[in-house]
Design a binder for this molecule. Structure first.
Ligand SMILES: CCCCCCCCCCCCCCCCCCCC(=O)SCCNC(=O)CCNC(=O)[C@H](O)C(C)(C)COP(=O)(O)OP(=O)(O)OC[C@H]1O[C@@H](n2cnc3c(N)ncnc32)[C@H](O)[C@@H]1OP(=O)(O)O
Ligand code: ATP
Ligand code: AKG
Ligand code: FE2
Ligand code: MG
Length: 308
């Protein structure tokens, strides 16, 4: 941390009731320097319990949500099939589920998002992650990556992720691990890591990140929320407990971001995979681009949808 930020932090911890302006200035400075900001106790227990109940309804197949992708851990998907809610490792694209999508519109979340990306806010990508107990092959790990690898829109500074712990997350059950300050670099080349036990579909990792870079394990309580930059290198460890580690998240982008063509860039490999999945699932042809798949999923949550 810079000396200015460190001084502010000391000031805030020594004041009984630090002025709000100082706290927000410090928070912003911390985000600029580190690429993430953790806010404790931001989302209410009541809301999280509602999200959890909705998740369980979806797992029990009591409701069908258009566009929703239900993902199973590769170690489970490749063994004998158990049609059980316990096999679900992730829900992706819940924008058509009003109850889960409430998360993306929570005023306490949008207040922070607006500070980072401005008043026009699109919810681009939604996930409920149910990290399963590791089946013994370390497939519950999420390799170190930058989320921007998946996004064909820019500028990066107008994109932010909100990630809320739905229960206590610790090193034991595979909390997020971040490389502070890594968001100041550029988008790196990503590919599948060479892991013996296998790796989940589309879980690309950064090629050759510096293993000496300081790492921070983000241990969080239920309701704590971390906001992070799409260039921040992060991942999550193995779940060594018997519980399913739950978190809910949304990637936001400004309504005035613009799409890019990823042809000829390091993102070509992810475009190819997404196109293959879109072709298989939605019977669309090769004319579909990475951009199209995001344009249909994005939803406006505040302000105006200008170029997204
Ligand atoms: C008009 C356009 C519509 C637009 C829709 C476009 C949808 C494309 C999806 C795009 C996702 C974009 C990701 C954005 C990420 C944002 C940034 C955040 C970073 C990450 O989260 S990285 C991880 C992202 N991962 C994913 O998104 C994976 C999404 N998962 C899926 O799409 C499916 O779950 C999957 C893996 C394709 C399985 O499909 P499904 O039909 O449910 O499964 P089947 O039982 O039919 O199995 C098919 C085949 O896949 C194998 N399988 C199953 N699960 C996995 C797994 N986890 N890992 C690896 N392989 C898996 C299964 O064994 C089968 O294999 P076979 O060899 O037997 O055929
Ligand atoms: N062998 C590896 N190669 C590349 N990345 C790895 C490897 N092992 C773990 N990671 C990644 O490092 C991050 C942290 O993982 P993990 O929490 O297991 O680390 P750790 O330092 O072993 O922590 P702990 O001691 O708490 O288990 C995750 O993103 C994980 O996917
Ligand atoms: O919740 C996790 O384990 C990490 C998820 C993540 O980084 C992602 O899906 O992009
Ligand atoms: Fe990520
Ligand atoms: Mg470990």
């Amino acid at each position: 941390m810079s000396r200015a930020a460190e001084r502010l932090r000391l000031l805030i911890t020594h004041l009984d009731r630090p002025p709000a302006a100082i706290v927000s200035f410090y928070s912003r400075l911390f985000y600029e320097e580190n690429g993430f900001l953790l806010i404790k106790n931001l989302v209410s227990e009541e809301d999280i319990d509602r999200f959890r109940r909705e998740f369980e309804r979806i797992c029990r197949q009591e409701i069908k949500v258009p566009g929703l992708v239900v993902m199973r851990d590769v170690a489970i998907a490749k063994s004998e099939f158990v049609p059980d809610q316990k096999a679900v490792s992730k829900l992706q694209d819940f924008q058509e589920d009003p109850e889960l999508f409430r998360y993306c519109s929570l005023p306490e979340i949008l207040k922070y998002v607006e500070c980072f990306i401005g008043p026009n806010i699109m919810a681009m990508h939604t996930m409920l992650i149910n990290k399963p107990p590791d089946a013994g092959k370390k497939t519950s790990r999420h390799p170190m990556h930058q989320d921007l690898h998946y996004f064909p829109f820019r500028p990066a500074d107008r994109i932010v992720c909100a990630w809320t712990a739905m229960e206590k997350v610790s090193r034991q059950n595979g909390c997020l691990v971040v490389l502070p300050g890594s968001h100041k670099g550029t988008l790196q080349e990503h590919d599948y890591p060479e892991w013996e036990g296998g790796v989940n579909k589309m879980y690309h990792g950064v090629r050759g990140y510096d293993p000496q870079h300081p790492r921070v394990h983000l241990e969080m309580e239920k309701g704590d929320t971390v906001f992070f930059h799409p260039l921040l290198i992060h991942g999550s460890g193995m779940n060594q407990t018997q519980g399913f580690r739950k978190a809910i998240s949304c990637h936001y982008a400004s309504g005035d971001c613009y799409y890019i063509d990823v042809k000829g860039t390091t993102q070509e490999n992810i475009e190819k995979e997404v196109k293959e999945i879109a072709a298989r699932k939605y019977a669309v042809g090769d004319e579909i681009t990475l951009k199209d798949t995001w344009a249909v999923r994005g939803r406006l949550v505040q302000g105006a949808r200008i170029s997204m």
